[in-house]
Design a protein around this ligand. Structure first.
Ligand SMILES: [Cu+2]
Length: 209
């Protein structure tokens, strides 16, 4: 122990109060000589704590690895020039035992108005109508695709171009929400091929542009 260490030890002991006396150096060294047994006990305690931490962490790891309850695939936006309304499409899967309902969507920072729409054809005439909810059956899926359900995107807040990725948050009747990244495609681009129902996977909840 060098002099500065000793002086620090003395200082700490003195700070305990005016009556506190510094421990003689001999006593301190004798403590070091007996350090091996308490040291082992400390190590054992640390190992026990590590094991406890691992046991506590494993449920969290399992939860992280669990498949998502809802997932989005093939999310894309059919883009039109000059800030015209665009439509968002996706394949939405419900992996739970209960049906869910998509009731809203928004895209803050990208579109100031987002609605759920459906294209309906009557007498050879197609028109769009707003829908309050889009049901997704238990262990089932719904496809939002041209000619049917879609997310209507109006009044872009910034310039949207093909190739960009736009985050859209899907809001469900039970309070859940899911943000997916929609790739912007030209208006004449074909719809991406949708996967069969058994195909696992999801769109990460991230965005970039
Ligand atoms: Cu529409």
């Amino acid at each position: 122990m060098n002099p500065s260490t000793l002086s620090r030890a003395f200082h700490v002991r003195s700070a305990a109060g005016p009556d506190a006396r510094p421990v003689p150096a001999v006593t301190r060294f004798s403590r070091f000589s007996r350090f091996s047994r308490p040291g082992l006990r400390v190590c054992a305690a640390l190992l026990g704590a590590a094991a406890l931490c691992a046991a506590l962490a494993s449920p969290a790891l399992a939860a992280r690895r669990a498949p998502p309850e809802l997932s989005v695939e093939h999310a894309w936006i059919r883009w039109l020039p000059a800030g015209l309304p665009a439509a968002g499409y996706l394949q939405l899967r419900n992996h739970t035992d209960k049906p869910v309902e998509l009731v809203n969507a928004d895209s803050p920072g990208y579109y100031s108005s987002v609605m759920l729409h459906r294209t309906v054809s009557k007498g050879g005439v197609s028109r769009m109508e707003e829908v309050e909810r889009i049901p997704v059956p238990a262990h089932g899926e719904v496809r939002l695709a041209p000619g049917g359900y879609h997310i209507m995107l109006l009044n872009p807040k910034r310039t949207i171009k093909p190739g960009m990725h736009v985050p859209i948050t899907l809001r469900f009747a039970d309070g859940r929400d899911l943000t997916a990244s929609f790739v912007v495609r030209k208006s004449n681009a074909p719809a991406p091929a949708t996967a069969p129902a058994a195909h696992p996977g999801s769109t990460p909840a991230t965005s970039s542009d």
